[in-house]
Every structure is written in structure tokens, then in C-alpha cells.
Design a binder for this molecule. Structure first.
Ligand SMILES: C[S@@+](CC[C@H](N)C(=O)[O-])C[C@H]1O[C@@H](n2cnc3c(N)ncnc32)[C@H](O)[C@@H]1O
Length: 284
């Protein structure tokens, strides 16, 4: 077995050794299900060195002691610092095309009596994903105003959930958004270079912090779950257990969308693959 790469003390302000890294990865696995391999050593150092500075601690010994003995609010800051929140509007656009062209027409038929539609963006980061879902629904559900539509958008990182619910974005973040959609679904945010998602889009979404490893305070059924670029940070048993739980709360006609580098390979689940990273509940 090759030795774990060590950080160069000449370029790193704080001493950071195996004992620190192993404790920190144990805590992040226990609290968030996130599995950090040796290649994440530098990332962990960089993100937590910022917390050490902000808390005016002397180094990783102090920081580890704090997390082990009396973390209080710092456990949340620690998890927030470790999570990776990269996202974009209409990221992996084929899912939104599938939603508009195939899934929504099916949902509209299946739910004609209740006129109820539920979608969960699990690991929503700063909100671009649930807003993209909401825009797609408004564009594709005929007579959407007469439907009971809710998108649940959750993330373990309380900072990104706060950003998401504000719905304000730098214009530079709108690369995946067509001009027509910009005009239709965004408005000025009162400061140059920023736009805000219009209220008719935002009002479809409920944002909340939620750790996917914990109990979920809702039962579904969901017509679709987007859990994209989230399970990539979990080990295989954690991924499989999560897919199993999704299977229990997706409607019989429902879909699960996962990220471009994720797969259900090897998991015994209630889903069948029907397209690029697009799964549906097994039907007979
Ligand atoms: C890379 S972002 C993906 C955002 C969006 N789904 C997308 O594909 O663009 C991954 C998100 O998963 C969240 N996450 C990681 N572990 C989590 C957990 N145990 N429970 C809930 N969210 C988690 C992170 O905070 C982060 O915002």
C-alpha cells in the first residue's frame, strides 16, 4: 500500500498530520455520510485552515479537540466547509428536456384527479437545480396555475440553503439560461450585475436544511427526485441505502435523476435505467 501524501510544512501554516485527517474524515463520514479519500487531504486542510483562522485557534490540535469535545454550532460550520457545492442552472440539460417532453406529460395524466405534483431536489446546493425544475414545470404543465405544485429543495449545508432561498444570482451564473428564459423568469435584483428569480417561480419551492443521512420529515409520494452529484461523495453501502429509501417514496410512475458520474451499478433497487442517469420505478 502506498503511503498517504503528506502536506509540505514549508507551504502550510498549520501542522496537519494523519491523526488530524483521520479524525476529521471519521467525523464527516458519521455526520454527513461523506467518504473522504487521501486525495482530499489538501482540500480539507485549505477549507479548515479558514475555520481555524476565523475562530482564532492555534491549529488543528485545537480544532480537532473542539469538534470532539464541545462542537456546538461548529459541527454545522465544519460540514458546511467540507461540502462541495458546484452547481448551475439547467446543468445536465438532458434531464430537463426529459422532464418537459416525457415525464411531465406522464405526471399530468397520472395525477389528473388530484392535480398534485411533487418533486424533490435532494442536495439542492445554492438553488439553481430547483429553480430550473420550477421553470420547466411552469413551461410544461398545461394550466399550471390550477395545479398544486410543490418542489422540496433541501441540502445539508445551511449556508447554501440560505443563498438558494434568496434567489439572487450574479448574471455570470446564468450561462445555461436562454435569453427567452432570462426575460420570462428573472427580474432585476436592485444591484448592478445581479438578477432575481421571479416570485411565481420561487413560490413553488420550499427550501429547508436536511441531512440525507437523518430521518426525513415527509413521506411523499414524489413524482420525481433529483439527487444529482450528491451520492458521489458517499461510499457504496451509503449510496445503496439511500437509493432504497428513494424507492420507497417515489410514486409508481415516478423517476429518479442522478449525476453524470454516478450510477446504481451493483445496487439492488426498485429502479430500472431508462436513459442517461435517468431511472424509473420498476413497473411489473
Ligand atoms: C455538488 S452539489 C450538487 C448540486 C446539484 N444537485 C447539482 O447537481 O448541480 C452537492 C450538494 O450535496 C450536498 N450534500 C452533501 N452531503 C449531503 C448530505 N448528507 N445530506 C444532504 N446534502 C448533502 C452538499 O452540501 C452540496 O450542496
Amino acid at each position: 500500500m502506498s503511503a498517504a501524501p503528506q502536506l509540505n510544512p514549508a507551504t502550510h501554516e498549520y501542522d496537519f498530520h494523519d491523526g488530524h485527517f483521520n479524525l476529521l474524515r471519521k467525523l464527516v463520514a458519521e455526520h454527513a455520510g461523506i467518504a473522504l479519500n487521501d486525495s482530499k487531504r489538501e482540500l480539507v486542510y485549505g477549507r479548515l485552515a479558514r475555520r481555524i483562522r476565523a475562530l482564532k485557534l492555534s491549529g488543528f490540535d485545537d480544532y480537532c479537540r473542539l469538534l470532539e469535545n464541545d462542537p456546538g454550532e461548529e459541527m454545522i460550520e465544519f460540514i458546511n466547509a467540507i461540502t462541495t457545492n458546484l452547481t448551475a442552472f439547467f446543468r445536465e440539460v438532458h434531464h430537463f428536456e426529459f422532464l418537459a417532453d416525457t415525464a411531465i406529460p406522464e405526471f399530468v395524466k397520472a395525477n389528473a384527479a388530484s392535480r398534485r405534483l411533487r418533486i424533490w431536489s435532494a442536495g439542492c446546493s445554492t438553488g439553481e437545480e430547483p429553480y430550473s425544475i420550477a421553470m420547466t414545470l411552469l413551461e410544461s404543465v398545461p394550466d399550471a396555475a390550477r395545479w398544486d405544485i410543490r418542489i422540496l429543495a433541501t441540502d445539508i449545508d445551511s449556508n447554501v440553503v440560505a443563498t438558494a432561498s434568496a434567489g439572487v444570482y450574479a448574471e455570470s451564473r446564468l450561462q445555461g439560461v436562454s435569453d427567452e428564459r432570462r426575460r420570462r423568469w428573472f427580474t432585476g435584483a436592485g444591484k448592478p450585475g445581479y438578477v432575481q428569480v421571479k416570485p411565481e417561480v420561487a413560490e413553488l419551492i420550499r427550501f429547508a436544511p436536511l441531512n440525507l443521512m437523518h430521518e426525513w420529515p415527509f413521506q411523499g409520494p414524489f413524482d420525481a427526485i433529483f439527487c444529482r452529484n450528491v451520492v458521489i461523495y458517499f461510499d457504496k453501502p451509503t449510496q445503496h441505502a439511500l437509493f432504497q429509501r428513494y424507492g420507497n417514496i417515489i410514486a409508481p410512475h415516478g423517476y429518479l435523476f442522478i449525476g453524470h458520474s454516478e450510477s446504481m451499478f451493483g445496487a439492488q433497487t426498485a429502479f430500472e435505467l431508462i436513459g442517461r442517469t435517468t431511472y424509473r420505478v420498476q413497473r411489473g
